[in-house]
Design a protein around this ligand. Structure first.
Ligand SMILES: [Mg+2]
Length: 185
């Protein structure tokens, strides 16, 4: 019997460039907003808007996930398809309100992104006890995976590059993340 392995896959800045969408919205509130290539920490938004505005922007983007301009990375479909073809159960896990499930599902379907389960919450680490691989861009999530003994990887960004070498792997493309997963599983 083949026991399938579980891959926990993030959405924002893993399957698409969420930071670009966030930048466009922040810039509407504050034209001085720096571009994402200069976002070297997670609190960069504090210079540009209130916490309430920030949360409202994120929720707005997630509620509009299925809009025409929000596109996955070109490699995203092959990434997920190859995981499934290699025996992984794909759990898409995103830090967002469950109320955005419908637009999120429509977006995944529209762009042909295959998955087995969709987990939308503010604590995806509850999935970790059964996980075999975690893919995310946030160091705190990747660090928790590593602490649980799970191989973890993600795309390299200005906001996580200082954490390279913390037990998880950061790569320039999803193709490289895929190669890492296939080698380490
Ligand atoms: Mg993310």
């Amino acid at each position: 019997m083949i026991v399938s392995k579980k891959a926990i896959i993030d959405i924002d800045n893993t399957l698409w460039q969420f930071s670009d969408a966030l930048y466009l919205e922040l810039k509407k509130l504050n034209s001085n907003c720096s571009t994402p290539d200069q976002w070297c920490n997670f609190n960069v938004w504090e210079q540009y808007c209130s916490f309430e505005d920030f949360i409202a922007i994120i929720n707005m983007i997630h509620h509009n996930q299925d809009s025409e301009q929000y596109r996955p990375y070109p490699e995203a479909q092959k990434f997920l398809t190859t995981l499934k073809n290699n025996g992984f159960q794909v759990i898409i896990a995103s830090h967002r309100t469950p109320e955005t499930a419908a637009p999120t599902e429509r977006w995944l379907v529209r762009h042909g992104l295959p998955y087995d389960e969709l987990h939308l919450s503010y604590d995806k680490t509850i999935l970790f006890p059964e996980a075999d691989i975690v893919v995310d861009d946030l160091p705190r999530t990747l660090e928790k995976a590593v602490k649980n003994g799970i191989p973890a990887a993600g795309l390299l960004f200005p906001w996580n590059k200082e954490y390279a070498g913390c037990g998880f792997e950061l790569f320039g493309t999803l193709d490289e993340v895929l190669e890492f997963i296939l080698v380490s599983s």
